[in-house]
Design a protein around this ligand. Structure first.
Ligand SMILES: Cc1ncc(COP(=O)(O)O)c(C=O)c1O
Length: 361
C-alpha cells in the first residue's frame, strides 16, 4: 500500500503513535473496563487524564503559574466573541486593536466589532496579505482593552515571528490556532493565547485558552456562563461537560511531543521541513508562493502553479502518490500544504519529489 501523507489544514494529521495508542485503549482504558468516551468527566479516571494533559501542556510551553489553561468548546471562531465578552468589561469606553494580516484576523475583527469599538491599527490588505505591516506603521491605542493578533494565518500562509511592542498594560491576545506548539513562545509576553485543537493539538472540538489570572473575572453580563473564563477556570474546565475524548487525545499528543524532545526539538524539525518545501517551490517559476519570505508560515504553505490549467492534473497526480488534501482554501484557490508537527520530514520529502517530477525537473 502507498504511504499516505495528509496535508490538510485542519482537522489535520495526528501522530500515528497516538492513534495507535488510542486504538489499543479504545475499549478498555488502563484496565478500567471503559472507553474514555464512556467515562464520567467527574470520575477519578477522567480527572487523572485531564490533570496529566493540563500539566503536560504547561510543561511543554513553560506556562507560568499565574496563567490558567482552559479546555473549552466552540472553536477559535467562538473565542472571537468570547474574548471581547471577557475582556472589554475592564474598560469604561473599550477599544480593541487589531492587526489585519489575513482571513482569520479579518473574521476576528468582524466578530469583536459586535461587542466593542474596533481599531484596525494596521492592515496588510493592500499587499493582499502577503506580509505583516512593519510595526513602525501600527497605530495602536494607548489604553486599548487588548491587541488581537493572528500569529499564523492558516489560509494566507503568513506567520508573525516576533512579539510586538505594546503600550504598557495592554494585553496581547494571540490566535495561535495553526502554529501553537510548533515553535517556542514566551507565554509571559501574552495576556491570552488561544487556538482550536484540530491542527497541532488533537481532534476538533477542543479549544485551548491560556489566560493570565488578572484577565479573568471581568465578563460582561451578556457572556454565556459556560464561556465566562472565571467559571471555566474555577471548575477545572468542567463548569459544563468538557470534550472529554478530545482532551484525552490532546493529552496523548502532549506526551508524544515530550518524547520527541519538546517544543525546541519540534521547532528545529519544523524549520527544516519548511526550508525543504520552500526551496522546491522557489527553484524556478513553475510554482509560486507569494508571501514575503520573512513572514512565510512554517506550518501552512500556500502555492500556485504558474499554469493554473494544470491544477486538476497536479492534484490527481498527488493523490495517486498518496499526497492528500493539497487543494488550496476555496477563498484563495491554488494549493496549500499544511506541514504541522505530526507531518514527518519523509512526507515533506515525498511532496518535494512530486513537485520536482510534475515540474519536469
Ligand atoms: C488561525 C485560525 N483561527 C481560527 C480558526 C477557526 O477555528 P474553528 O473552526 O475551530 O472555529 C481557524 C480555523 O481554521 C484558524 O486557522
Amino acid at each position: 500500500m502507498t504511504t499516505i501523507y495528509n496535508f490538510s489544514a485542519g482537522p489535520a494529521v495526528l501522530p500515528k503513535e497516538v492513534l495507535q495508542q488510542a486504538a489499543a485503549e479504545m475499549l478498555d482504558w488502563h484496565g478500567s473496563g471503559m472507553s474514555v468516551m464512556e467515562m464520567s468527566h467527574r470520575g477519578p479516571e477522567f480527572i487523572s487524564i485531564y490533570r496529566a494533559a493540563e500539566r503536560d501542556l504547561r510543561d511543554l510551553l513553560a506556562v507560568p503559574d499565574n496563567y490558567r489553561i482552559l479546555f473549552m468548546q466552540g472553536g477559535g471562531l467562538s473565542q472571537n466573541a468570547v474574548i471581547p465578552m471577557n475582556l472589554v468589561g475592564r474598560k469604561r469606553d473599550p477599544v480593541v486593536d487589531f492587526i489585519h494580516t489575513g482571513s482569520w484576523s479579518g473574521k476576528s475583527i468582524k466578530e469583536a466589532a459586535r461587542y466593542a469599538k474596533v481599531n484596525v491599527a494596521a492592515s496588510a490588505q493592500e499587499s493582499r496579505y502577503t506580509r505583516v505591516p512593519p510595526q513602525s506603521e501600527w497605530k495602536l491605542t494607548p489604553d486599548a482593552a487588548y491587541l488581537h493578533l493572528c500569529t499564523n494565518e492558516t489560509i494566507d500562509g503568513v506567520e508573525i515571528d516576533f512579539v510586538p511592542e505594546v503600550p504598557a498594560g495592554v494585553p496581547i491576545v494571540a490566535d495561535m490556532s495553526s502554529h501553537i506548539l510548533s515553535r517556542q513562545v514566551d507565554v509571559a509576553k501574552y495576556g491570552v493565547i488561544f487556538g482550536g485543537a484540530q491542527k497541532n493539538i488533537g481532534p476538533a472540538g477542543v479549544t485551548v485558552v491560556i489566560v493570565r489570572d488578572d484577565l479573568i473575572g471581568h465578563a460582561l453580563p451578556i457572556c454565556p456562563s459556560a464561556f465566562d473564563w472565571k467559571n471555566v477556570a474555577e471548575n477545572e474546565s468542567m463548569f459544563n461537560t468538557p470534550p472529554t475524548y478530545g482532551i484525552y487525545i490532546a493529552g496523548l499528543v502532549f506526551q508524544w511531543l515530550k518524547r520527541q524532545g519538546g517544543i525546541a526539538a519540534m521547532e528545529q524539525r519544523n524549520i527544516e521541513k519548511a526550508r525543504l518545501l520552500y526551496a522546491a517551490l522557489d527553484a524556478d517559476d513553475f510554482y509560486q508562493n507569494r508571501v514575503d519570505p520573512q513572514y512565510r508560515s512554517r506550518m501552512n504553505v500556500p502555492f500556485y502553479l504558474r499554469d493554473e490549467s494544470k491544477n486538476e492534473a497536479f492534484l490527481a497526480g498527488a493523490k495517486a502518490r498518496g499526497l492528500l488534501q493539497l487543494k488550496g482554501h476555496k477563498s484563495v484557490g491554488g494549493m496549500r500544504a499544511s506541514i504541522y508537527n505530526a507531518m514527518p520530514i519523509e512526507g515533506v520529502q515525498a511532496l518535494v519529489d512530486y513537485l520536482n517530477e510534475f515540474a519536469g525537473r
